[in-house]
Design a protein around this ligand. Structure first.
Ligand SMILES: Nc1ncnc2c1ncn2[C@@H]1O[C@H](COP(=O)(O)OP(=O)(O)O)[C@@H](O)[C@H]1O
Ligand SMILES: [Mg+2]
Length: 349
């Protein structure tokens, strides 16, 4: 990859059918004191340009490790082994040198993390966070970088940007800080934004505002989006497709409408039933699914959800189901729910 490839503006990129992202049989194994932990265990995904994908699953299902591995933050080094492929607009992320990877961050792909506080340096002003990012990638002078920073603050809906730019992170509310973090991720117009639980640390009203902001930015900038959440409700209505993860694997993926109206994996069905009603006070919101995800350093054989599944039969414990299904609605289950909508051979119970 040459430097210029990484810095092509999306609007100038040649129109091709090349997917924005191809993830092929990705495995991220972390060495822990208790042995190897398969945090991501054979995930394959395709994301088209401009498309929005929701990745959903309970805490510990491997969503963040997947996001970080796609970014190239987890590489085969130290206690972490990555196998499989990640192609970002055709670029093999695992094959890049450090320096090339840094060029890729920002220009092709940006990431927003859950906690805006850890992403911001408390002793640096808002503007410095942004100007450092744009100067590094674009070679702008000081004044140009400041203008670009103001533009970015306006873009993410921060009012009074000329005052805000000279404030420190602690002078901003949680929602405003998250807007700054999003502005940083957008500074170099990435073609793909990975937002990992971008609103979990925020209160409900602000959550909606930030999610609406991501929606608007995606439409305005034409970028692809991966929205990661433990809550299916967060991705509802905001993504074209959804992938449900459980214990390091995708157990169901479909266009959002099919997944929400006709989930086939009992885990997806349970997640749907567990969508918290954000308008209820927290103590009235629906409880999580009974039981807990498996210990990922020793997952159960067969279907990993079987121990918690109310439909499980003997074959579920014996044989791991493969991800398959009709018309792009894929699920890994021997005994799918809502089977009436499936062709006969998959629908038998
Ligand atoms: N640096 C790490 N060291 C050890 N285990 C980790 C590390 N990062 C993640 N894990 C483990 O990998 C699994 C997946 O974690 P994660 O991707 O953070 O889940 P999620 O984002 O879905 O909540 C969990 O079992 C978690 O404990
Ligand atoms: Mg996470």
């Amino acid at each position: 990859m040459t430097q210029s490839t990484a810095q092509v503006h999306p609007a100038q990129a040649p129109v091709t059918d090349q997917p924005m992202l191809v993830v092929d049989d990705l495995r991220t194994v972390i060495q822990t004191a208790r042995g190897p932990l398969k945090a991501v265990d054979g995930v394959s995904l395709i994301l088209r340009k401009g498309e929005a994908l929701g990745i959903v699953g309970e805490s510990g299902s491997g969503k963040s490790v997947l996001g970080r591995t796609i970014m190239g933050l987890h590489r085969t080094e130290g206690p972490i082994t990555v196998t499989g492929k990640v192609l970002l607009d055709g670029i093999d992320v695992q094959a890049l040198e450090r320096k090339q990877l840094t060029e890729l961050w920002g220009s092709k792909v940006g990431m927003v993390f859950q906690d805006p506080l850890t992403a911001l340096n408390p002793v640096k002003k808002v503007g410095v966070h942004l100007t450092e990012t744009v100067r590094k990638h674009r070679g702008l002078n000081r004044a140009q970088a400041r203008e670009r920073a103001l533009e970015l603050l306006d873009l993410v809906g921060i009012p009074d940007s000329r005052r805000r730019i000279d404030q420190y992170p602690h002078e901003l509310s949680g929602g405003m800080r998250q807007r700054v973090v999003i502005a940083m991720a957008l500074a170099n117009e990435p073609e793909l934004l990975i937002a990992d639980e971008p609103t979990t640390a925020l209160d409900v009203t602000v959550q909606r505002q930030i999610l609406d902001l991501l929606d608007r930015l995606r439409a305005e900038l034409g970028m692809a989006l991966i929205l990661i959440s433990h809550n299916l409700g967060v991705v509802a209505g905001r993504t074209d497709r959804v992938a449900v993860m459980y214990a390091g694997r995708v157990v169901e993926t479909a266009d959002a409408r099919s997944l929400f109206t006709q989930p086939h994996h009992p885990y997806a069905e349970a997640l749907l039933a567990a969508i918290p009603d954000l308008d209820e006070p927290p103590h009235l919101r629906l409880a999580a699914i009974d039981g807990s995800p498996p210990d990922m350093s020793a997952p159960p054989p067969g279907c990993r959800f079987a121990p918690r599944c109310r439909y499980a039969q003997d074959d579920c414990v014996a044989v791991a189901p493969v991800l398959d299904g009709p018309g792009g609605h894929l699920f890994a289950c021997h005994h799918p729910v809502n089977a009436g909508s499936l062709p006969d051979e998959r629908g038998e119970r």
